[in-house]
Ligand binder design. Sequence first.
Ligand code: DOR
Length: 441
Amino acid sequence: MPTFDLKLKNGTVWTPGGPVHADIGVRNGKIAGIGITGDADEVIDCTGLDILPGVIDTQVHFREPGLEHKEDLETGSRAAVMGGVTSIFEMPNTKPNTDSVDRVTDKLGRALHRMWCDHAFYVGATSANADQLHELERLPGTAGVKIFMGASTGDLLVSEDKELARVLRNGKRRVAIHAEDEARMQERLHHRVAGDASSHPVWRDDESALLATKRILGIARETGRRIHILHVTTPEELELISHHKDIATCEVTPQHLTLRGEEAYPRLGTLAQMNPPIRSGKHVDGLWFWLNQGVPDVIGSDHAPHTLEEKSKAYPDSPSGMPGVQTLLPLMLNHVVQGRMTMERLIDLTSAGAQRIFGLVGKGRIVVGYDADFTIVDRHKKWTVTKDWLGSRCGWSPFEDMDLTGKALGTIIRGHRVMWDDQLANQAFGEPLKFESTSFS
Ligand code: DOR
């Protein structure tokens, strides 16, 4: 009998200790040996390729139930694995919102072995469920609680300090926050210019983001609750968060690190519209400065698909959000090639960081005993993002026609090869993620 079910041969393996040239053996879906000899049922030749820990995208909107014309759990996760992503955390602003035991159970049922990647679902905080959140956040398969402090797609909103404190007092796990100040944005609605998406960051300005981040840091400190600030868009917030690393972690997105408003709004119009907004080139440079100071913990795509028909409405009737789960890794690999960060930092932000801050079990590192999740990368591949490569139902990307260097050649999840050279496997294997905080209850 062969020693292993699967062997990855001859690749550069990105272990926690750095890159090593070694063969990896997989048995029963787990990493069984690094630098091993022995035979296997299936051998994949990884000569010239980099083997990364499976990429974890901790912020996507997959729209099911209720908004399946934009995306569903199958198509969203198809896009994920096509881009090298092995695990996702999905957001609660579906229709209905994911805000009760039944709705979490419903999503988990829809997802099992229909989603291509492993998954966890956020529970949306509301004034109505605030008192039950300590129970909801402990349900297996949940990523914890998400708060929208500012209104975005859907109707989830907790904007007042008193209510925010009530939510944060109710539970223990790290709470994910969309930090934009609702009251300030209501006062500034007149800054929106009809037909001009470049007024979006004027309306939802830097101060709207900074003010909300300041407020939630204060409330987190007062209530003793750890928080995670999603999609940070201003250098000022990252500097502020750097003084609160004992209670706060944070995320930046590939689009905020790549798209410069001066260039993006004239070229893309409402396709560049998202919350919090794409801002100026100066912001992009500032985010990169803080990224290389080590402050962001993860990169999340905020994959938020809308159809082209919906996006073609005139601003501000156009919805906010853009797809991104499939382009997350290639865009960031391209940034590595361009010298903006190291491969080690990329891995920290796309896998190890999520494991560390959310307490994921068996994911995020290439370590014996962990799940055999790998993203196999051709770092030298020069290619162009095209529509026909995209797996998302929405069928577009703000990065179409972009020339990139670096691409995921393969996606392996718990030892299953689910994508290789742009081809999907015959079967989806997605299962719920496990967290230290809910595994042993
Ligand atoms: O632009 C956005 N779109 N930001 C969000 O916070 C929500 C998302 C969506 O669900 O469309």
